[in-house]
Design a protein around this ligand. Structure first.
Ligand code: PLP
Ligand code: COI
Length: 361
């Protein structure tokens, strides 16, 4: 299980910006970005062959030429990360906890028999993608951020079921706003009752594309029923809370911060960060199996993750019944709001970065 750690970063580690300019010069409507692909200046790409990664290249073309026998296409030998860069109040651009994402990508790669992307290469690639796209990094004050998508795929032609002999690592970046329209606003979740997300000894704890392919149908069905977010239960007995399709489950009950313990959920870096903030605020942190029939006893519930940040969940639909969480399900739960604000203030450099989470590019 990944335990995020970030070692303070020596500034000498960083290459000086190649395109010194200020963020947010592109002509975009920064306050209405949503969460969608849009073109930027380009991407960073590295290739692994014969046991070694190359030096990487910058390319303005956002497409790849891929052999039709690539293991990523046939056997899903593919994993990715999601992390964000922020233009701070001091106009400096920083990435939130990229070392944690490097560690998690290494765990995904190991599980999928892929070569590990060394941490230094991961950090360099992310910083490179941000620097070259500085014009697309949303300006301070817009509330938006620059979302980085490092992607590692088996790109060599291997038709028998076996690991590839060639790998491609790319970092794509796009400016993003809210994942769910309306910013910090409560949503209603629906429990996915007819599908499992991941098996106890499967790939649920790594960030492989296959987990998201498995979620497409349940998620589409939830959306069609009017629910923007779906919650998975454990595959074994369907009684324990796992996580949402795109984010972890967190709850507050009195003075306790609760989050499920399970071998098949993704160890969220946002969740780990919120645990640190909650512990500093005096909460007891408990990671334990959480039963779905306990949710009515929670004071506040939220989905957390890089894309969704903290999205309050004030109603959960389970077996046709709506369970309300907290006394005011139409309002933003106050403690989740406070955690949200603390996290955002750190990311935008409005509070001191006392945990050394921000990585200067
Ligand atoms: N769980 C799933 C399934 C996710 O896709 C994500 C997003 O990355 C998370 C949890 C949250 O992880 P993190 O906070 O590291 O973004
Ligand atoms: C993220 O939060 O970074 C994710 O990867 C979740 C989702 C958009 C797939």
């Amino acid at each position: 299980m990944l335990t995020p750690t970030d070692t303070p970063i020596a500034q000498e580690d960083h290459v000086a910006p190649s395109t010194p300019t200020i963020p947010g010069q592109a002509a975009l409507d920064w306050s209405n970005l949503g969460f969608a692909y849009r073109p930027t200046r380009g991407i960073v790409r590295y290739t692994w062959k014969k046991g070694h990664w190359d030096q990487g290249v910058w390319q303005t073309d956002p497409t790849l030429q891929l052999h039709l026998g690539a293991t990523a296409l046939h056997y899903g030998q593919s994993c990715f990360e999601g992390l964000k860069a922020f233009a701070g109040a001091d106009n400096q651009v920083r990435i939130f906890r990229p070392r944690c994402n490097a560690q998690r990508l290494a765990q995904s790669a190991e599980r999928l028999c892929m070569p590990v992307v060394p941490e230094s290469m991961f950090l360099e690639a992310c910083a490179w993608a941000v620097r070259e796209n500085l014009a697309f990094v949303p300006p301070y004050g817009s509330g938006a951020s620059f979302y980085l998508r490092p992607l590692l795929i088996g790109s060599g032609a291997t038709i028998g079921v076996a690991p590839s002999d060639e790998y491609t690592f790319v970092v794509l970046g796009i400016p993003v706003g809210d994942y769910y329209q309306g910013g910090l606003r409560p949503v209603t979740a629906v429990v996915t009752e007819h599908y499992d997300r991941a098996a106890p000894r499967g790939t649920g704890a790594i960030k492989t594309g296959a987990n998201y392919a498995a979620d497409l149908k349940p998620h589409t069905e939830s959306l069609a029923q009017g629910y923007p977010i779906n919650l998975y239960l454990d595959a074994n007995q369907q009684g324990l809370i796992e996580e949402f399709g795109t984010s972890n489950f967190i709850a507050l009950q009195g003075n306790t911060y609760l989050t499920p313990a399970s071998p098949s959920i993704l160890p969220s870096i946002t969740n780990a960060s919120l645990q640190t903030l909650a512990a500093h605020a005096g909460y007891t942190i408990r990671q334990r199996p959480l039963r779905i029939d306990e949710v009515a006893t929670f004071d506040e519930v939220a989905a957390c993750g890089t894309a969704v940040i903290i999205t309050p969940v004030t109603r959960i639909v389970y077996k046709g019944e709506t369970i309300c969480i907290g006394p005011h399900p139409d309002q933003v739960p106050p403690q989740m709001q406070s955690l949200y604000q603390q996290l955002r203030h750190i990311q935008f450099r409005e509070l001191p970065d006392s945990h050394q989470w921000m990585f200067a590019v």
